[in-house]
Unconditional design. Structure first.
Lengths: 345, 396
C-alpha cells in the first residue's frame, strides 16, 4: 500500500498548476464572466489533454486512471477554471463505448464523433440529472449538446433546443462564471447510452466534481492564509490571533480529510482499492459538498469586510462551491445512500 | 497511488487473523469492575504476554530491541485486525509500549535498555507517565516538580496529575525541573522512577464518567538514583520530543475501527427506538447525519492510510497527526450528539439502555469529552496546524 501520489502524478499536478497559472490566472478567469465560455481557451485546454485523460487509448485518448483525472481536476478547481469540464471529460471517456453501440445505432446519432469532439475540444458538453418541472440549465448558450442522465440511461439534447433555452438566461447567475437558464421543461432527448453507462456516468461525474471541490476548498484556504499573514490589525498580522489562526486550521483540516476521501474514491474506482467504488464516491461527494462551501465561507470571514467585495476572490470560491454541490447528486443525496447501507447492514 | 496491500502484507494479515481466532476464545472478556485496577493490570499484561510469546509484542519496535520491526503498513494491519477481532486494548501497557519504551530505545544507555525493554515487551513491567502537573497542562514545559542534586541521587519533590494506572505501575517516566534559572525548556530532566520508592503517594482522580484509571501523584523527597537519568542533565525536553519521531500515524487506528462499530450499532438502535408510530431511523435528519458520519469516519480511515504511507516513505508524519486528531475528535462529538438524539430518554442511564444495545452509547458520550482535551487539546492542535503546517505567525 502506498497511498501517496507517485512521481508521475506529482508531475501531472505541477504541470496543470503551471498551465492554470499561465493561461487561466484569476484575471483571465474573471474576464470569462463577461465573455461566457472562451472557446479558444477551451481548445487550448483540450490540447493539453484534459478532456482525453480517461478516454481509452484505443480511441485516441490518454488512457489514464481516474486517480490522474482527480489530480488534474483538483488543480482546475483551485484555479476556478469555468465551464462544463466534468461533463465534457465524461463524454470523451464514456460516450461511444462498445457496449452502447446498439443504442447509438437506433438513435441515429454518431456518438463516436461526439466523444472525439469532446476530447478535442470542438464539442462542449453540459450535463444534467433529469428533473420534473422548471429546471436550471448551465451554459445553455455555450454548449453544443446536453447529456441528461436518468434511470434508463443517457440522453442527448442538441444545440437547437439549447439555443432557445439560452434566451431564458438568468440576468444574474449565483456564480458569475456559471451562466444559467431557466427552462420550463426538459426535452426527452435521444438515448445515447444504456442504464449501466448512466450509473458509471453519475459515479465518475460525482468523483470529478468532488475533485473540483477539493481544489476550491484548498484554493480558498490558501487565499485566507495568505491574507491572514499580511493583513495587520492591533499591530500584528491577524493570523497571529488564535481566533483567526484556529479558523484557518479548521480550513486545512477539512481540506486534508477531503483529499484523503477523494483520492481514496479515485483509486478505488480504478480498481486499486479494497472497498466498494460507489460507496467511496458517495463518501467523497458528501465531504466535498460540506468542506468546499465551509472553506469558501471561512475565506470570506477571514477577509473581513473585503471578503464581501466583488474585488476579492473569496466569493468566487464560495459561489462555485455552491454550484458544484448540486452537480451529479448533492451531499444529502449521498448521505442518504450511505445511511441506507448502514441501516441495511 | 493505491490502497492495495502487497502479497506479503496480505500474508501477514491472514496469519494474524488465524492466530487471533485461535487465541482469543481463551482470553475471555475484560474485567467488568472498572475500579479494580489490579484485575485490569492482570488482564492487560496477560494479553501482552500472549502477544510476546507469539512474536507480536513491540510490533513497531526495531528487531534489535526485541520488537518485530514491522513496517508502518503492517503496524496498521495489526491494529486494524486486533480491534476488529475484539482483542484486548493495549490498556495498562500503553505508556510502556508506545511512549517510555520508544524513548528508551532512542535515548537510554545500553544498561538501561537491557534492564527495561524486555520486561515491557513481556508484560512484566507496567509504566506510567509523570509529565502533566496541576499548573502545567498545555504549557508542559513550565513544570515545577523540583529535583535537587544530591551526589549520586536526585531528590524530587512536587505533584503530578493525569498519571494513568499509577496505582498499579512499576515505573514512571518522570519529567523534573533540574534548573529553574534557565529558559523553561532547558532546565528539565527525564528520569526513570521506580514506583516502590519511599515518598510517592497516589490518589485516584474520579472523572465525570464516575470511575477512573487516572491518578494524582505526590512526590515528597523521593530519592531517584542518577543512573536512572535518560539523556543528559537538563536535556529532558529534547528527550521527550524525540519520542514523537516514533509516531507513524497509527495512534488512532483502533479508535477508528471501534468508532465504525459504534456507528453501525447506533444505526441498529435507531431502528429499534420509536417515536409514536415512526422509528428514529425513519427521521430524515437522523438518517442523513448517520450517512454523513459514516462518510467522515471512512475519510478518516483513508487519512490514516495517507499518514501511514507518508511515514512509510519518510519516516515521519508531522502535523498530519494533529489534523487527524482535530477531525476525529469533532466526528466523535457529533456521533455523541446523534446518539443523544436517537436514544432520547434512554440516554439518561449510563451503561443501561433498555437492551437497545450491547454497547454503552451514554458512556461513550461522556468519554468523547476527553477527545478534545487529552494528548494535546484541540486548541493546542490548532496552534500546531496553524503555525507548523500553514506558517501563520506565533502570538508572542
Amino acid at each position: 500500500m502506498d497511498f501517496e501520489l507517485n512521481e508521475d502524478q506529482e508531475a501531472l499536478a505541477e504541470g496543470v498548476a503551471a498551465l492554470c497559472e499561465g493561461r487561466f490566472d484569476i484575471e483571465t478567469v474573471r474576464l470569462m464572466a463577461t465573455d461566457g465560455l472562451d472557446r479558444g481557451r477551451w481548445t487550448e485546454l483540450a490540447q493539453t489533454g484534459v478532456f482525453s485523460l480517461t478516454r481509452p487509448e484505443t480511441d485516441g485518448g490518454l488512457g489514464m486512471g481516474w486517480a490522474e483525472a482527480v489530480v488534474v481536476f483538483e488543480q482546475l478547481g483551485r484555479a476556478l477554471v469555468p465551464g462544463p469540464l466534468v461533463a465534457t471529460t465524461l463524454t470523451a471517456a464514456l460516450v461511444g463505448l462498445a457496449d452502447t453501440t446498439t443504442i447509438v445505432e437506433t438513435s441515429g446519432l454518431d456518438a463516436t464523433e461526439i466523444g472525439e469532439g469532446a476530447a478535442e475540444g470542438s464539442i462542449v458538453v453540459g450535463a444534467l440529472q433529469r428533473c420534473d418541472g422548471p429546471c436550471f440549465v448551465e451554459f445553455a448558450g455555450w454548449v453544443d449538446g446536453l447529456v441528461i442522465s436518468d434511470d434508463e440511461g443517457l440522453w442527448w439534447v442538441e444545440a437547437e433546443w439549447l439555443k432557445a433555452a439560452n434566451a431564458a438566461r438568468a440576468a444574474h447567475p449565483l456564480d458569475p462564471l456559471t451562466p444559467v437558464s431557466v427552462v420550463s421543461e426538459l426535452p426527452q432527448g435521444r438515448r445515447i447510452a444504456d442504464r449501466n453507462t448512466a450509473i458509471i456516468w453519475r459515479q465518475c461525474g460525482a468523483l470529478l466534481t468532488s475533485a473540483l471541490q477539493l481544489g476550491i476548498a484548498a484554493g480558498a484556504t490558501d487565499l485566507a492564509v495568505e491574507y491572514a499573514k499580511q493583513r495587520e490589525q492591533f499591530g500584528k498580522p491577524i493570523g497571529a490571533f488564535q481566533a483567526v489562526k484556529h479558523r484557518c486550521a479548521d480550513m486545512i483540516t477539512r481540506v486534508e480529510v477531503l483529499r484523503a476521501a477523494v483520492y481514496a474514491a479515485a483509486v478505488t474506482v480504478d480498481g486499486k482499492g479494497v472497498d466498494d467504488p460507489s460507496r467511496c464516491v458517495a463518501v467523497a461527494k458528501v465531504l466535498a459538498s460540506s468542506a468546499a462551501a465551509a472553506c469558501g465561507k471561512d475565506a470570506v470571514q477571514v477577509h473581513g469586510g473585503m471578503g464581501y467585495t466583488w474585488e476579492v476572490d473569496a466569493h468566487l470560491y464560495l459561489k462555485r462551491a455552491w454550484v458544484h454541490d448540486l452537480a451529479f447528486g448533492d451531499g444529502d443525496e449521498y448521505a442518504e445512500q450511505l445511511a441506507g447501507g448502514l441501516l441495511s447492514g | 497511488m493505491d490502497l492495495c496491500y502487497t502479497e506479503a502484507e496480505e500474508a501477514f494479515r491472514d496469519e494474524l487473523r488465524s492466530w487471533l481466532k485461535g487465541v482469543l476464545p481463551d482470553v475471555g472478556p475484560p474485567p467488568t469492575d472498572h475500579t479494580d485496577l489490579k484485575a485490569r493490570r492482570a488482564y492487560d499484561t496477560q494479553w501482552q504476554r500472549i502477544l510476546y510469546e507469539a512474536g507480536y509484542a513491540g510490533i513497531h519496535w526495531p528487531a534489535e530491541f526485541g520488537g518485530r520491526g514491522s513496517t508502518p503498513t503492517e503496524h496498521l494491519i495489526f491494529l486494524e485486525e486486533t480491534e476488529r477481532a475484539g482483542a484486548p486494548y493495549v490498556g495498562v501497557n500503553f505508556v510502556g509500549q508506545l511512549h517510555a519504551g520508544p524513548t528508551l530505545i532512542a535515548e537510554a544507555t545500553p544498561d538501561q535498555q537491557r534492564t527495561h525493554l524486555a520486561p515491557i515487551l513481556r508484560g512484566d513491567h507496567v509504566w506510567c507517565q509523570g509529565f502533566s502537573e496541576p499548573g502545567s497542562g498545555s504549557d508542559l514545559a513550565s513544570l515545577t516538580t523540583r529535583a535537587f542534586d544530591d551526589g549520586d541521587h536526585y531528590v524530587v519533590t512536587g505533584q503530578k496529575i493525569w498519571t494513568s494506572f499509577a496505582q498499579v505501575a512499576d515505573y514512571c517516566e518522570l519529567l523534573v525541573r533540574t534548573d529553574p534559572d534557565v529558559p523553561k525548556h532547558r532546565g528539565i530532566t527525564w528520569l526513570i522512577m521506580p514506583m516502590d520508592l519511599p515518598g510517592i503517594e497516589i490518589r485516584p482522580i474520579v472523572t465525570a464518567l464516575g470511575a477512573s484509571e487516572f491518578a494524582e501523584m505526590f512526590l515528597d523527597e523521593v530519592r531517584i538514583p542518577k543512573v536512572n537519568r535518560v539523556g543528559d542533565h537538563n536535556d529532558g525536553w529534547r528527550v521527550t520530543m524525540v519520542t514523537f519521531a516514533f509516531e507513524r500515524g497509527t495512534a488512532f487506528i483502533g479508535e477508528i475501527i471501534a468508532s465504525q462499530r459504534l456507528l453501525a450499532d447506533l444505526a441498529k438502535v435507531a431502528q429499534k427506538v420509536t417515536r409514536g408510530s415512526a422509528r428514529a431511523a425513519d427521521d430524515k435528519g437522523i438518517r442523513r447525519e448517520l450517512g454523513r458520519l459514516e462518510a467522515e469516519l471512512d475519510a478518516l480511515w483513508s487519512l490514516t492510510k495517507r499518514n501511514v504511507s507518508q511515514a512509510q516513505r519518510t519516516g515521519m508524519v508531522g502535523p498530519g497527526g494533529s489534523v487527524f486528531k482535530l477531525a476525529y475528535a469533532d466526528v466523535r462529538k457529533r456521533m455523541s450528539d446523534l446518539a443523544e438524539q436517537i436514544l432520547g430518554r434512554a440516554g439518561l442511564a449510563i451503561g443501561d439502555t433498555l437492551d437497545l444495545s450491547e454497547l454503552d452509547h451514554v458512556g461513550e458520550r461522556l468519554y468523547t469529552l476527553t477527545l478534545t482535551i487529552a494528548a494535546g487539546t484541540s486548541e493546542i492542535q490548532r496552534n500546531i496546524v496553524g503555525e507548523r503546517l500553514l506558517g501563520l505567525p506565533k502570538d508572542r
